[in-house]
Write a new protein. Structure first.
Length: 220
C-alpha cells in the first residue's frame, strides 16, 4: 500500500460517502478528511467580502465560483495536511478543471501515484429514494441514512433525539443535486476512467459490505 495513502471518494448524493469517510478514518487513523462542501460552509461563516458572497450563493441554492473551490482545496492541503499524513477527499473533485488542478498539484508533491479514485456507485433512482427518506436528529444533528437497520429507527440511536426530515431535502433540491452529478461530476468520473484509475464500488448494498469492498482495494 502506498504511503501516505490518499483516497478520493465520489458518488451521487445519497451514496453514503460521508458514512464511509468516517469508517475509513477510524480504520486507518492518520487521515485528514477534506470536503469542498465543508470548506464552502466554513468560508460562508466568515465576515469577509467573499464569505458574504458565498453565503448568499449557497442560500440561493446556486454553485460558488469554480476557481474558489480549487483555491480552497489547495490551501487546505498546503496548510492543514501534515507530512506523512494521509488524505480522504469527500466528494472531491466536482468539476473537470478542479480534478486537473488537483492532479497537477499532487503530481508536484510527488503523491499522484498514491491516489485511489473510488466511485461509490448507485443509480439516480436509488439516490433520490434515499435522500427523500433520510432523516436528521433534532438534538445532535446526526444524519440517519435510509438504508438497512437505520430504516427502523424511531429516535436517534446515539442520543435518543427526535428524527426530522431535512429542510433542504425537497424533491426540487434533490433533483438539482442529482442533475449536477449527471452533468458535471460525470465528466470527472470519465476523466479518471480514461486514465484507468477509476475503481467502482457497488453502493447499493449494506454499509458494512460497501466498506469491506473498499478495504479489498487496498489489500490487492
Amino acid at each position: 500500500m502506498p504511503f501516505p495513502l490518499i483516497i478520493s471518494l465520489t458518488g451521487r448524493s445519497g451514496s453514503g460517502k460521508g458514512t464511509q469517510v468516517k469508517l475509513l478514518q477510524e480504520y486507518f487513523g492518520n487521515m485528514r478528511c477534506i470536503s469542498t462542501g465543508d470548506l464552502f460552509r466554513d468560508l460562508a461563516s466568515q465576515n469577509t467580502l467573499v464569505g458574504k458572497k458565498i453565503k448568499q450563493t449557497i442560500e440561493k441554492g446556486e454553485l460558488p465560483f469554480d476557481d474558489i473551490a480549487i483555491a480552497l482545496l489547495l490551501y487546505e492541503i498546503a496548510y492543514k495536511v501534515k507530512d506523512g499524513q494521509g488524505i480522504i477527499f469527500d466528494g472531491v473533485t466536482r468539476h473537470l478543471e478542479e480534478a486537473k488542478a488537483l492532479d497537477s498539484f499532487l503530481s508536484w508533491l510527488g503523491q499522484k501515484d498514491n491516489v485511489f479514485h473510488l466511485l461509490i456507485d448507485i443509480s439516480r433512482e436509488e439516490g433520490f429514494h434515499r435522500l427523500t427518506k433520510r432523516r436528521i436528529c433534532k438534538k445532535c444533528g446526526r444524519l440517519i441514512p435510509w438504508i438497512g437497520e437505520f430504516k427502523k429507527l424511531k429516535v436517534c440511536d446515539k442520543c435518543g433525539g427526535e428524527l426530522l426530515y431535512r429542510s433542504d431535502d425537497s424533491e426540487k433540491a434533490i433533483n438539482s443535486r442529482l442533475d449536477f452529478f449527471d452533468k458535471q461530476v460525470a465528466k470527472v468520473i470519465d476523466y479518471y476512467k480514461k486514465q484507468g484509475k477509476l475503481i467502482r464500488i457497488n453502493g447499493e448494498q449494506s454499509i458494512e459490505n460497501v466498506f469491506q469492498d473498499i478495504l479489498k482495494v487496498f489489500k490487492r
